[in-house]
Design a protein around this ligand. Sequence first.
Ligand SMILES: [Zn+2]
Ligand SMILES: [Zn+2]
Length: 367
Amino acid sequence: MTVRTTPATDLIVARPEGLYCPAGDFYIDPWRPVARAVITHAHSDHARWGHGHYLAHAHSAAILRRRLGQDIQLQTLRYGEIIDHHGVRLSLHPAGHVLGSSQVRLEVGGEVWVASGDYKLESDGTCPPFEAVRCHTFITESTFGLPIYRWPSQPELFRDINAWWQANAAQGRASVLYAYALGKAQRLLHGVDPAIGPIVCHGAVEPLNAVYRDLGVRLPPTVMATDASLDRASLSRSLVIAPPSAARSTWLRRFGPDLADAFASGWMQLRGTRRRRGVDRGFVVSDHADWPGLQTAIRATGAERVFVTHGSVPVMVRWLCEQGLQAQAFATEYGHEDDSEPGAPSDANPEANSEAHPDAHPDATPS
Ligand SMILES: [Zn+2]
Ligand SMILES: [Zn+2]
């Protein structure tokens, strides 16, 4: 990054509607209806209803249309493809969060800004891994921006999940694993050992599996709970992937009174959250970067200025300032839907769909 003319204004500013690019007159993941929105990924706290025009990665298209309507005005890009909009060069780069998830790179007069959306660094096999994009200013999420958050590696994680499922199956107990329907569920499917038993997916998960398979992601065979091939014996050996909203629902009864259950989330690192969820097991797995991951990603951008959006904002801002960077908070309304904030008030997102957290745990939110 060599010659650049300092623009008169920042390339991205915070507005009541969302993150706004004045030069290009568009928003990134706005939370209020706007004319033009660039969408980093299809989780519903980032991809909201009511915008005049949407721009997103091609692999987000099917899910966005499913959630927001077949008739939305949607333009798609591939990773690295550049478009010029009112003199702003815009491109999308892999964020490694869920299928289609993108960082947004903006360039004007040699000045480069990148808005991360949600991201994680470890490659999970279901979407292209996070790519560090050099920039002058980086807008980062900080969902798990506290030193206590450190994820186990994927091999460790799946060894533990497979051992849990195997042990339950040997006792004739179904294994119910709660996970967010978009991204987390497919990542778990991709990594588990299908030789242990049949895999049953909830109705909120199975259509998203189909989208992933259509886009070439390898997932093991799955069936819906109503599938004719499932008898009592196979149910008792099954792994059941369901969204958290299915917990304590009548849908679960078919798996018998003796099922084992577990929750798959980064918040499972907190013993208190695990206890309050009332499940047998917690598997620490997140589609967001952990503390070392956030630090690695931010450093790799080479940015001198960093804006921190959702999550543990003050802690991350302080740490970045200690590293000699110019860091500040950006107030946003992300984090109320996917794997983000168990403490988010349920009324924070009036458009919450069935994947919203069914219950809030205010004291589990890092502050
Ligand atoms: Zn997300
Ligand atoms: Zn988010």
